[in-house]
Design a protein around this ligand. Structure first.
Ligand code: INI
Length: 153
């Protein structure tokens, strides 16, 4: 059996970087993220907006380098259109966010929906399939607590 996750947010500071593109969806993800931070009593947080999911990684890296946050949650919604444009954005967002985490050692969480249509995105941003923003904050808390425990032995 796996260990229970440590979801105690007290004493943690979490940054949320959120894309304005598809704001009708990403604002719902942000609501879920803020709800999770209240629920788990996260000590401090900051919210930073970027134009689209493609810009999440560069902002996440800079925020992580600033050293005042224990984790960075990246929120966005990439929705399929007629061309493969969305695919490049989703792929690069995922790779860039992971790179920001590995380059800085600060957990950078992939809270980006990649959906075929708006209906799927609505379901995953506070609808029948939960809220990816809420889940992303829980991933951030668990990973930040793990990293902290590894640092302090
Ligand atoms: N950005 C998104 O966050 N989601 C999308 O679905 C999307 N599509 O499909 O175009 C999108 N595009 C904007 C992109 O993230 C950048 O902001 C833009 O390319 C400027 O670099």
């Amino acid at each position: 059996m796996a260990d229970e996750p440590n979801l105690d947010g007290a004493g943690l500071s979490i940054a949320v970087v959120v894309a304005r593109f598809n704001e009708a969806i990403t604002s719902r993800l942000l609501d879920g993220a803020l709800d999770a931070m209240r629920r788990h009593e996260v000590g401090k947080h900051g919210v930073y907006w970027v134009p689209g999911s493609f810009e999440l990684s560069v902002a996440a890296k800079r925020v992580a380098e600033g050293g005042s946050h224990d984790a960075v949650v990246c929120l966005g919604a990439v929705i399929r259109h007629e061309t493969d444009h969305y695919l490049h954005i989703a792929t690069q967002a995922a790779a860039g966010i992971q790179r920001a985490a590995l380059d800085t050692g600060v957990p950078c969480i992939f809270g980006v929906l990649t959906c075929d249509n708006e209906e799927q995105a609505l379901a995953r941003s506070g609808g029948s399939r939960g809220n990816k923003g809420f889940e992303a904050v829980e991933s951030a808390i668990e990973t930040a607590n793990l990293i902290r425990s590894l640092q302090t032995g």
